[in-house]
Design a protein around this ligand. Sequence first.
Ligand SMILES: NC(=O)c1ccc[n+]([C@@H]2O[C@H](COP(=O)([O-])OP(=O)(O)OC[C@H]3O[C@@H](n4cnc5c(N)ncnc54)[C@H](OP(=O)(O)O)[C@@H]3O)[C@@H](O)[C@H]2O)c1
Length: 275
Amino acid sequence: MLAGGARGITADFAAALAAASHCRIELLGRTPLPARPEDPELAGAADATALRALFAARGEPAPAAIEREVRNVLAGREVAHTLDRLGRLGSPAAYRVADMCDGAAVAQTVKEIQAEHGRIDVVVYAAGVIEDRLIEEKDPESFRRVYATKVDGARALLDAASQLPHGPRTAVLFGSVSAVLGNRGQSDYAAANDALAGLGERWARRTGRRALTVHWGPWAPSGVHGGMVTPHLAREYARRGVALIDREEGALALLRELAWGDESATSVVYTASGW
Ligand SMILES: NC(=O)c1ccc[n+]([C@@H]2O[C@H](COP(=O)([O-])OP(=O)(O)OC[C@H]3O[C@@H](n4cnc5c(N)ncnc54)[C@H](OP(=O)(O)O)[C@@H]3O)[C@@H](O)[C@H]2O)c1
């Protein structure tokens, strides 16, 4: 089961997992999955620019509302694409809407998956948001959103997993190199990823199971939505001489770590170059 696994880089990891094992995969995220096929006009609007034009032509006057609709359509398409991709790779896959910041919803979702399938072997916690700003410009609500999405969400998932009769044998947590080495504008995100690793470590001690936090360096963006590294950020990293993780190699590196890595290591750092 992968929280935050239907979009971004975790969808690539889910695909690597599917290709290697054909295991059943449950994905969790906030994006609602579009209930029916898109009408032909909407389906014909392939990218953000075309969608903006379509929603404006349909009479939506507010730019902010148009942007929201565009984001929702693209996110829904991304989830649908991931499910389709996993199915084609041989993994039966399902998606459930759950906000990881809602502890009751997380507990309920874990219960439902357990009831449906009888067991959860591995949990991956990859939900995260960034709202980068220098600390003097950061408002407490923003700090709370970034921190809670990682820490409260992961705690809720690990707690719910601990209640299961045969809980997952492995928990994988997606952290960030910013927790280890810091990054400008990311005091909240760095603190959250550091706390995330601490949660995993304590869970492993308490349960005797394996917890692994992967502190990733930046991944190369791809396709419509390639994760937190936007094309603009990618150019900024290039200017700083920071190489980006190849998407296929990143996903395979984690599979290799899980298969052959030292099980007592509770966190690892994976980057494509120095920081
Ligand atoms: N991309 C990188 O280079 C990079 C580097 C270091 C670490 N990471 C870590 O890797 C993870 C994935 O990053 P990404 O780049 O793929 O980012 P992303 O594309 O923004 O994906 C974030 C994922 O988290 C989900 N999510 C966010 N808030 C959530 C919530 N409250 N409840 C449930 N799901 C939630 C999102 O789905 P919905 O929007 O549908 O909720 C999405 O699937 C993050 O934890 C990030 O910190 C990424």
